[in-house]
Design a protein around this ligand. Structure first.
Ligand code: ZN
Length: 80
């Protein structure tokens, strides 16, 4: 009876430890992924490319403006 309950206790402990380490592992992966995503946002060339594609370059000043709500860059000969 005692041996059985001890085995059960050990098994329960092992399961709890496995779950605990599993969560720790997942949390570490998640943190690493978030850190990477944050780093990518900083100097990510992909995002900058997408941004440049959605913007129109002003032929006069070379400033990128959004086609929808284009604003003048301040120059007198700016077409926007
Ligand atoms: Zn302009």
């Amino acid at each position: 009876m005692f041996g059985f309950s001890l085995n059960k206790l050990l098994l329960t402990t092992a399961i709890i430890l496995a779950i605990w380490y599993g969560f720790k592992w997942v949390g570490r992966l998640d943190r690493a992924r978030k850190k990477k995503a944050l780093k990518d946002q900083g100097g990510e060339p992909e995002i900058r490319t997408a941004e440049a594609e959605s913007l129109v370059k002003c032929p006069v000043c070379g400033t990128y403006v959004s086609p929808g709500g284009a604003e003048s860059c301040g120059r007198e000969d700016c077409p926007y």
